[in-house]
Design a protein around this ligand. Structure first.
Ligand SMILES: [Zn+2]
Length: 238
């Protein structure tokens, strides 16, 4: 009843198509909710996102060094011409933290049902530089990471990995330029005993940022723990 009254006074809109939402619809209308462009990457140890990340890590590894295949998962495909891009954008630019939490929890439940992610015991969000955090007021990666940690029953740590300097926006850079842009940017302040670390960001584009975080954490934590990555969305080429 309260919801109905609120809907009359302050109509809510579907995050994707903008249509007015019914009482039981939130944050998407049933049509958009049904058509979510899910990646199903969490079900596949080898998937295009994981392949891309592992290829990047491999390129930067000294020869002969042994390496685990890193697991990677995203909830949704991201494409600039697809209106579903409004979901990650609402979290990153629109201060819509509740939508971010909603979709991150969905990803967390999918990941928790998979044996290769069920062992995650430490979740670390990709940090923002403090000046950007101050500007935005929140770290969108941390909003996602908190939900994933809850669903995976792992601890969320925001005091482990820090960003030492501000990077320029990566949107117009190619993979190599992005790698250069983020090299030496991250630093591990302290290590924590764990078996499986999950690094979390909002969107996976070329994987450069997550690869830089992966290497920083690997160098500090040593070869012991497995390191995986997760994001809310992954850029698709179609
Ligand atoms: Zn809709």
């Amino acid at each position: 009843m309260l919801r109905e009254m609120l809907d009359v006074m302050m109509p809510r809109e579907c995050l994707v198509c903008g249509q007015r939402l019914g009482v039981s619809e939130n944050p998407l209308c049933i049509w958009c909710a049904e058509d979510l462009p899910l990646t199903y990457y969490w079900e596949r140890v080898h998937n295009p996102m994981a392949d891309e990340l592992n290829a990047l890590l491999e390129r930067r590894r000294s020869c002969g060094e042994r390496m685990d295949y890193a697991y990677a998962a995203a909830l949704l495909f991201y494409h600039h011409a697809n209106p579903y891009k409004r979901i990650p954008q609402a979290l990153k630019y629109g201060r819509n933290l509740s939508a971010g939490r909603y979709f991150a929890a969905e990803l967390g439940r999918y990941m928790a049902s998979q044996p290769h992610f069920a062992s995650v015991d430490l979740v670390i969000p990709v940090p923002l530089h403090f000046s950007r955090l101050w500007q935005r007021g929140y770290n969108q990666a941390q909003v996602i990471a908190a939900q994933l940690a809850g669903e995976l029953e792992a601890s969320l740590r925001t005091d482990v990995l820090v960003r030492l300097r501000k990077t320029r926006t990566q949107t117009r850079l190619d993979a190599d330029a992005r790698l250069k842009n983020v090299s030496g940017v991250f630093h591990v302040r302290k290590t924590v005993p764990c078996n499986h670390v999950l690094l979390v960001d909002d969107t996976f584009t070329t994987g450069a940022t997550l690869a830089a975080c992966y290497e920083t954490v690997r160098d500090a934590f040593g070869p012991g723990p497995r390191i995986s990555v997760a994001t809310l969305s992954a850029v698709s080429s179609q």
